[in-house]
Design a protein around this ligand. Structure first.
Ligand SMILES: *Cc1c(COP(=O)(O)O)cnc(C)c1O
Length: 396
């Protein structure tokens, strides 16, 4: 009987709205890109997508998706281990391993599933998971689904990690787990130091490269390229839903015995459908493009340096970043919302974040740069920030 719970839900929804925390969805009427239209008829420049390489509507990926449709059909109607594995899936898995310099790869419907299904098959109550405090929700959920002992260290704090590693010597196996790039600040995990500590205290290392793959490192190979430890990290998880075309799909890549065990025991892999041929075919094309040239990374890195430099020159307080994420610090929740609204009036689409998404008193606007942005887009954005910043007293 849908009665009492309806009243309860209505009340909770009203509370969320009253607290100003209700998430409304803006409706885009074009393909994803630097320049988009929304259903109010406005044309805006997009600075809040994870479309880091500008591949979300790239003609080569669109063509490859159509090719996949023509040669391998629309859907799989099966999980991988029954009758849901095509030659395309095996090719994509091999290309991902080649890209990261790893031994083998397993695909998932999303990285949320990759992280949800990575711990429980390989660790037990005898083992320890040592996790960065700012790790993604999907890692937190994956840890919850596993019986291993849990340790948490302060974000990128190596002294704290070392303490936790000492405590975790009581367990049989240990794994250190971190995001490669932390999505609210844009900082990179200190993988060189994490790797050293892992060796010293006999721990495995897992990194979630969702915001770093395709972006960080000279050719975009992620944090293992940035810190010159290619092939040394035991487990890498990532998504096809951000820099790598933005459609859908996740993966775990790393040591071959681990990947083999995940194929046997990982629940989101065993009990969820295979990726469709359109997505897999475009994914293969995307990794072929990455193997040909790192032009897109060059452009993204140039765009990010230019934008961050100019914003600092203008007087904005920018969090130190080593990614394509630029956090413009405002510290005040209401100001972050007012500023994002005024920027939208100027044709710049960005999002203001505040507690509980970021710590109390650390409200900000997060700008995400892309290889799809041209110099004129960046200048328009910087000028709009400067104008609105002066109007709202953020800039003198
Ligand atoms: C986006 C993201 C995910 C989830 O990826 P999906 O493929 O969209 O499920 C997981 N981890 C991190 C760090 C992310 O940023």
């Amino acid at each position: 009987m849908y009665g009492k719970i309806k009243d309860q839900l209505q009340k909770e929804l009203a509370d969320i709205k009253a607290a100003g925390l209700f998430k409304d969805e803006r409706i885009i009427t074009t393909a994803q890109g630097a320049d988009i239209a929304v259903n109010t008829g406005d044309q805006v420049l997009n600075f809040c997508a994870n479309n880091y390489l500008g591949l979300s509507n790239h003609p080569r990926l669109v063509d490859a998706a159509k090719r996949g449709l023509d040669t391998h059909g629309y859907g799989m109607s099966s999980v991988r281990f029954i009758c849901g594995t095509q030659d395309l899936h095996k090719t994509l898995e091999a290309k991902i391993a080649e890209y990261f310099g790893t031994e083998d790869t397993i695909l998932y419907a999303a990285c949320f599933d990759a992280n949800g299904g990575v711990f429980e098959p390989i660790l037990t109550a005898e083992d320890a998971i040592i996790s960065d405090s700012l790790n993604h929700a999907s890692i937190i959920d994956g840890v919850r689904l596993c019986k291993a002992q849990r340790y948490r260290y302060a974000n990128a704090d190596m002294a704290d990690l070392e303490e936790k590693l000492k405590e975790a010597q009581a367990q049989r196996f240990r794994i250190i787990v971190t995001d490669g790039v932390f999505s609210m600040d844009g900082n990179v995990a200190p993988m060189d130091k994490i790797n050293e500590l892992a060796k010293k205290y006999d721990a495995l290392v897992m990194v979630d490269e969702c915001h770093s793959a395709g972006v960080v490192g000279k050719t975009g190979r992620g944090v293992t390229e940035e810190f010159d430890i290619r092939g040394e990290v035991d487990i890498i998880t990532g998504t096809l839903g951000k820099a790598f075309g933005g459609a859908i799909g996740g993966f775990t890549t790393g040591r071959k015995e681990i990947i083999e065990m995940l194929r046997q025991r990982s629940r989101p892999y065993l009990f969820s459908n295979s990726l469709p041929p359109t997505v897999v075919s475009a994914g293969i094309e995307m990794f072929d493009m990455m193997a040909e040239t790192s032009e897109l990374q060059d452009k993204l890195h140039k765009n990010t340096d230019y934008f961050v430099g100019k914003m600092k020159d203008a007087g904005f307080d920018i969090k130190p970043t080593k990614s394509a994420i630029c956090a413009v610090m405002l510290y005040d929740a209401k100001l972050s919302q007012d500023m994002a609204a005024k920027l939208l009036d100027e044709g710049i689409y960005v999002i203001g974040f505040y507690y509980p998404v970021v710590p109390k008193g650390e409200a900000r606007i997060r700008v995400q740069l892309s290889a799809a942005h041209e110099q004129a887009h960046l200048d328009k954005c910087i000028n709009a920030f400067t104008k609105v910043g002066k109007e709202l007293g953020v800039l003198k």
